[in-house]
Design a protein around this ligand. Structure first.
Ligand code: SF4
Ligand code: SF4
Length: 129
């Protein structure tokens, strides 16, 4: 098991415990492009074996399948419930992970997808006042 994959597991677990009050904030609005359901970055995951382990530990990873690789040679995932018109096939029953997107805990240590209507902004001093 590679160090990157162990880090990925660590971040996944940590994301459930990271307090919402962090040094960045998420601003903006969803443009309903569906990109976050078909270009899911799996930081630290390099191959199918890594994904299988994630599926075993975190069952919601069973929704995802591999569609490609990014510049860091990490896998890109897509959700099997995304329809061809960019809509969620199980929208009323979608998991908490999707309902909360883009929660700060989910985006721990990450950035938004290119073209997303949301933006991760570093908090300024005045944000703490
Ligand atoms: S990528 Fe951003 S703008 Fe597009 S559907 Fe997801 S949250 Fe909305
Ligand atoms: S379940 Fe629906 S909202 Fe969640 S990732 Fe899949 S298509 Fe997107």
């Amino acid at each position: 098991m590679s160090i990157d994959f162990l880090k990925s597991l660590y971040y996944e677990v940590l994301s459930y415990f990271v307090p919402q009050k962090q040094n960045y904030k998420i601003t903006g609005k969803c443009r309903k492009c569906g990109k976050c359901c078909k270009e899911i970055r799996a930081y630290g995951l390099k191959n199918e074996k890594n994904l299988q382990i994630m599926r075993f530990i975190f069952p919601w990873y069973r929704m995802f399948y591999i569609t490609g690789r990014d510049n860091n040679n990490e896998i890109i995932l897509s959700c099997k419930f995304l329809s061809s018109n960019g809509k969620c096939k199980i929208y009323p029953f979608r998991p908490l992970l999707c309902r909360n997107y883009p929660a700060k805990s989910i985006n721990f240590n990450t950035e938004m997808i290119d073209g997303c209507g949301f933006e991760v902004v570093k908090k300024q001093f005045k944000d703490y006042l």
